[in-house]
Design a binder for this molecule. Sequence first.
Ligand code: HEM
Length: 474
Amino acid sequence: MSAVVSNLKSVSEMKGPQGLPIIGNLLQVDIEKFHLQLEQWSNEYGPIYKIKMGPREIVCISDAETINQMLRDRPTTFRRRRSLETIIDEMGFNGVFSSEGDDWKRQRKQVALALNSAHLHQFTPKLLATTETLRKHWLQYAETGESVDLCRDVMRYTVDVTTQLAFGVNVNTLETDGPIIQQQLDKVFPVLARRINAPFPYWRYFRFKRDRELDKALINIRETINGFIADCRQRMADNPEIHAAPTNFLESVIAAQATEDGAEFTNDDIYANVLTLLLAGEDTTANTIAWAAHYLIQYPEYFARARAEVDALIAPEVSPTDYQQLSKLPFIEAFANETMRLKSIAPLNGLETNEAVELLGYWVPANTPVLALTRHPAIDKSNFGEPARFNPERWLKTQSPNQCPHNTQAFLPFGTGPRFCPGRNLALAEIKIVLAMLCRNFDLRLTNPDIKIEEKLSFTMLPKHLDVKFSRRA
Ligand code: HEM
């Protein structure tokens, strides 16, 4: 982006929804539907507009090319919101998601290493075993006919997967009432979402019940994770061969600490990133699987097609049996992509300028918050034909050309550029393996078809009221 100031308009000239003095647009925003409101404003005011949340002006961008450019221009021209780093730092876990500059680079290297495809292959047996536990867990629901809050239930699976990946322990949420750590992790995102959107840092002066509960939860989470770290160190001291072939994130970073390359990774970094992985890997994947299940229910013809694909590949098995099989499920992959196009669980990405920059004909000063409306381009007709229609076929290579446009640059569920999601491959493996197992074994219906399934933003975007009933496949 060029640094030419002349002929550019200033942010004060930017259009945007009319607000009230001092508080700006604060009262027009329902935090749970913030993304929907912003998308609607983008339809009214165009690809660049501003809102005012209390004292701060925020520039909102929905243009695919500009968003791609901004995400790629990190960590130089753009960064994540400063307030995110401060808030997470106050909570005591400034890991790879929230840190910036050299701190981020150091942490990104280790986290990306632990999530690379070699480690993912090693991890596959655990992924398959946990999927089998999920199948047995759902069989119980099929027997009893119980109604299930699908988001919360799939979260049990993603918790079990992510804890094994993060520190090698299966906390087995699927077969127990849920370990304490899970109940405590649940307290983090809602408070985080509130604090990020708060017009001023109220929690530094007054703590609501939810803030006090979070304080307690964070103390317990730290104790639990530190316990896992101590156990892991002991295990590696007793079995030094683990250093050469680590099987989870903790082993991988403890092994790296002993080398010149990873010596800068501190003990605080380990804690912060274990917790970051737990948080980044759970709601995101669970909510995406839940949205996909919602579409399976809504489109029986696609459910049947996904089922036929799985049957042809794995029958008489009940779940995929190896990682390679996952690449042989093109329709299920297309189904997952279409789910993420319409129901991206991260429809917004909060950034901030590090330096003054030109954005779509405006001169935006340094330190300006810029919200990238990352889902908007994916549901815009200039990028995808018939954008509101759920049509997995658009992702299959065999699709007819009359469905153009099909601009994959506008499809950003995992972000892009140097900070794109390092858990993408794990997430896609989880999504495909669970959908394959679901289609092969179960029928699914809404508990109450009259209740509208709504989008709710609570740091990630989830389906509200998605209660379902399982039955054995007819
Ligand atoms: C469907 C599931 C998932 C979705 C849609 C998703 C989406 C995202 C998005 C949009 C970002 C921000 C990217 C950017 O700023 O360009 C991100 C970052 C991140 N994700 Fe994911 N994610 C998912 C699953 C996971 C999993 C399973 C893990 C790990 C266990 C993970 C770990 C992370 C981390 C560590 C970051 C921060 C990267 C950085 O700032 O350098 N995510 N994810």
